[in-house]
Every structure is written in structure tokens, then in C-alpha cells.
Design a protein around this ligand. Structure first.
Ligand code: BGP
Length: 470
């Protein structure tokens, strides 16, 4: 048996978001997901929408106590722009919403849990999409910076860890290339502009934070997916480098170094789709980098040379014309969700941050295993015995610890998610929580993994019994 010791002040936590947990109670405006559900409920698993979610709006006091039972010392959630603000142009605050978020923050603190707050978790107000074209518009970028400023002013006395966006790349890919998020467009040029505008919005929000001189930290949450080449052949390696530029370096470089990767800028220029960027915007991006990076990691990317030459004549640009997904034979899978399990990637990410990003402060902001119909694992005491999740977490912590031992500046590990929550078009298909939620009765029960997590968090010790697959 081997025991790994984590630092004393390590962040043992979990992440959720406002739109996935609160429910739409008393909300004045729809966000893009609410709007999408109202238009096409059939796009959502079992037609379950965000109306109730896990009812954090009413249950937050008891939910937070359950999080405490799982030993969490830090929890990330988000403030919904579409809840907090009454008039987006005037940036006026809805007092009831402000009181709600204030009470949530106080409840976290009263339970010894440090709240981490995200400002945009895929939940752009629908009105701003309809009026201005959403993230394609720089006016929306400015409105977002204004909303961020309101949040800092209202809650910055108690919230010390802020994050501008969650997974901006998912907004780009889901909304403008692959149609898995609203507005479900397919438009490479718009995708590139949206990527730029999201970065600009993040940097502008950071600039506002700096102006207020509050005593916390601000960062961004990026889904980093190392792009492993299918072979060591030159064409496969080149494909993986291109994929890496798009999946990882784009936001990573811009957010932490203040500059977009020159190789990506060159490629987009050659393609004739480079974003519209003003000089003063690029200066603002350069001057407003993050204090802290959150890394969401679920699965790696395996890529190979593209099937067709990137020089093929196509009308619309797509970044993935430079590579193609590779299904590695004998990959270890979470078969239920269809994602590869490759915990070693966490070590590769840790080393990449250490070696190529000035060893900046970071933490795992999401990692987790989605499983459907977990009632299958209910024991006689009504507890879900999710040993697979415990194993999943253990293996990722093992590789994280190795990276930290070698000097990577990782501050914590957050699981997705504390309480089973609603997840966009997947709705409640995949359950990720340390705490189960019966969505018909809103009864919440700590799973076996929740009790296990508490032990690890309380001692900072991870006990391994030859159960790590290298
Ligand atoms: C991440 C998002 C989360 C959450 C998670 C699980 O990308 O940041 O918001 O949805 O994925 O997603 P799913 O339940 O669709 O598998």
C-alpha cells in the first residue's frame, strides 16, 4: 500500500453552476439554454429542461450542509447574468437576486466552504443573442464587463476567487461549429470572432477587477485536452500540434501570457478568417492576464493526420480540417459516457503549465465521471456504491500528485460536481455528483464517493492499494 500526502491547505472541492443547479425560480430573463429548451425541448435528454434543476434556489442551505458532509473546503458555482441583472443596457441589479446570491455566499462561508464564483458558464442572456448576435458582438463584450463589475462590487468583500468564463472553447465549438449548444450555428468565421470576443470579455472583466483593487484573485476556467498524436509520423505530429493550438493554446496563451499563439494567428490569417481586433484591445489583453488558472479535464484528444488535404477547396473554414479524431484501439473507456479515461494526462497538463507557462498557479477545476442510471448501484441502505467514481478520482489524484511532487503549482482538486445536476442537452442523463439527487422528489443522498472524499479531504492522504493503472 502506498500513501500520498497532499498539502495542508489543498483545495478539496467540487464545481457546479447557477444554470445547472438553481432552477429558474423568480428569474426575470431567459439565458440561451432556457430559450433553447423553450424552443426545442426534444433536443434535451428525456425532454428535461432547466426549470427545476437541483432546486438549489430553495435548498441551498441544506445542499451546502451536505457538501460539508463530503468534506469540501471550496466550491465553485456561478452567478447567472440573466438572474442578477434586470436591465442589461442599464446594468441595474435585481435586488431579490442579489439577496439570493448574497445568502448563498454567506451560507458557504458559515459552513467553512470558500466560494469560488464563475461569471459566465454558457449562460448568456438570450436577449443579448437576439438583439446583438451574442458573443459575436463587441457591445455584448462591454456589457459583460459591466456585469462582472457589478458582481465584484456586490460580493467581492466575501468572494476571493473569481473566474470570468467556464470553458470558452465549448461556447465556440458548441455554438458556432458543432451545433451542440445554442445558437447551433455552423460558421467558422463567426467561431473565430466569438473566440476572440470571449477572450476580450475575460480580459475586460479582469481589468475591471484590477481597477477595484480588491484583495482576491481572478482567473479563467479552461477545458484543456492534450492532443496526443496517433503515431510518431510527421503528419500525425503536425496534426496534433495544430489541434493543440486550437484546443489548448488559444485561450491558455491569451489568458496567461496576454498574447494569442503566433502560429495560430498566422494560420487564421492565411485562411482569411482572422478575428477583427483593435490595437487597444490587444493591449488590454496583454495587460490583463490571470492570477490563477482552473483546468477542466475529462478526457484526452487523440488525433491523426486529416483524411483530406487541408488545401482542399472548401467554402467554410473549420479549424479541424487540420486534423482528424483518432479512435485508439483498446482505449480505456468510460463506456457509459463514451469518453476515454486517461488520468496520466493530468500529469502532462501539470508539467506543461510548469514548463511552458511560468509555473503559474492553477488547480483542477473540473474532473469527473458521468454515469447514467446510478440507481443500479443502490445498496440496501439506499446509498449509491459508486466505486468506479472513487477509482476514477484516485487515479487522477495520483498523476496530479506526481506533477506536484515535481514542482507544478497546483492548489487543488475540484470534482464535477457536488450534487447531481442538470447538464444542458444531456439534462440528467449523466450523473457526476458526490451526492445523488432524485429529480422527482429532490431528495439528496450522499453517495459512497462522498464519504470517501471526506476522508481524503480531512486527512489530505490518498491511500492506494496497487490499484493505479499506469
Ligand atoms: C463540462 C461543463 C459542465 C458540465 C460537465 C458535464 O464541460 O463545464 O457544465 O456540464 O461538462 O457534462 P455532461 O453532463 O454533458 O457530460
Amino acid at each position: 500500500m502506498e500513501t500520498l500526502q497532499f498539502p495542508e491547505n489543498f483545495w478539496w472541492g467540487a464545481a457546479t453552476s447557477g444554470p445547472q443547479s438553481e432552477g429558474n425560480f423568480k428569474k426575470q430573463h431567459q439565458n440561451v439554454m432556457d430559450y433553447w429548451y423553450a424552443q426545442a425541448p426534444e433536443d434535451f435528454y428525456n425532454q428535461v429542461g432547466p426549470d427545476t434543476a437541483s432546486d438549489f434556489y430553495h435548498d441551498f442551505q441544506t445542499d451546502i450542509q451536505l457538501m460539508k458532509v463530503c468534506g469540501l473546503n471550496t466550491v465553485r458555482t456561478s452567478i447567472q447574468w440573466s438572474r442578477l441583472i434586470d436591465d442589461f443596457e442599464k446594468n441595474t441589479v435585481n435586488t431579490e437576486a442579489a439577496a439570493f446570491y448574497s445568502a448563498v455566499i454567506d451560507a458557504f462561508l458559515a459552513n467553512g466552504i470558500e466560494p469560488f464564483i464563475t461569471l459566465h458558464h454558457f449562460d448568456l442572456p438570450a436577449e443579448l443573442l437576439h438583439k446583438y448576435g451574442g458573443w459575436e458582438s463587441k457591445h455584448v463584450v462591454d456589457l459583460f464587463a459591466g456585469f462582472a463589475e457589478r458582481c465584484f462590487a456586490l460580493f467581492g468583500d466575501r468572494v476571493k476567487y473569481w473566474f470570468t468564463h467556464n470553458e470558452p472553447l465549448v461556447v465556440v465549438e458548441g455554438g458556432y461549429l458543432d451545433q451542440f449548444h445554442y445558437p447551433k450555428k455552423v460558421n467558422g468565421r463567426a467561431a473565430v470572432q466569438v473566440a476572440y470576443n470571449l477572450q476580450l470579455a475575460s480580459s475586460k472583466a479582469i481589468a475591471k477587477y484590477r481597477q477595484l483593487k480588491q484583495d482576491g484573485q481572478i482567473g479563467i476556467i479552461l477545458n484543456l485536452t492534450p492532443a496526443y498524436p496517433a503515431s510518431q509520423a510527421k503528419a500525425d505530429i503536425e496534426a496534433s500540434e495544430k489541434a493543440d493550438l486550437w484546443y489548448n493554446r488559444l485561450f491558455m496563451d491569451a489568458s496567461s501570457k496576454g498574447e494569442f499563439p503566433p502560429a495560430l494567428v498566422e494560420l487564421l490569417e492565411q485562411e482569411g478568417v482572422l478575428w477583427q481586433a483593435a490595437k487597444d484591445e490587444l493591449t488590454l489583453i496583454r495587460e490583463n492576464t490571470i492570477d490563477l488558472l482552473g483546468v477542466n479535464f475529462y478526457h484526452p484528444n487523440r488525433v491523426q493526420r486529416p483524411k483530406f488535404s487541408p488545401k482542399s477547396l472548401v467554402v467554410d473554414f473549420r479549424p479541424d480540417k487540420y486534423w482528424q479524431a483518432y479512435d485508439m484501439p483498446m482505449a480505456r473507456m468510460n463506456v457509459d459516457k463514451g469518453w476515454e479515461i486517461y488520468p496520466r494526462a493530468v500529469y502532462d497538463i501539470a508539467k506543461d503549465i510548469q514548463e511552458n507557462y511560468g509555473n503559474l498557479l492553477w488547480y483542477i477545476s473540473e474532473n469527473g465521471m458521468g454515469v447514467s442510471q446510478e440507481e443500479r448501484y443502490l445498496n440496501a441502505d439506499g446509498v449509491i456504491e459508486d466505486d468506479y467514481r472513487i477509482q476514477f478520482i484516485k487515479e487522477h489524484l495520483y498523476w496530479l500528485h506526481k506533477g506536484m511532487r515535481e514542482g507544478s503549482n497546483c492548489l487543488g482538486y475540484h470534482l464535477w460536481t457536488p450534487i447531481d445536476c442538470w447538464s444542458w442537452s444531456n439534462a440528467y442523463r449523466n450523473r457526476y455528483g458526490l451526492i445523488a439527487n432524485n429529480i422527482h422528489t429532490q431528495t439528496k443522498t450522499v453517495k459512497k464517493s462522498g464519504r470517501w472524499f471526506k476522508k481524503v479531504a480531512a486527512s489530505g492522504r490518498l491511500e492506494l492499494e496497487n490499484d493505479i493503472i499506469e
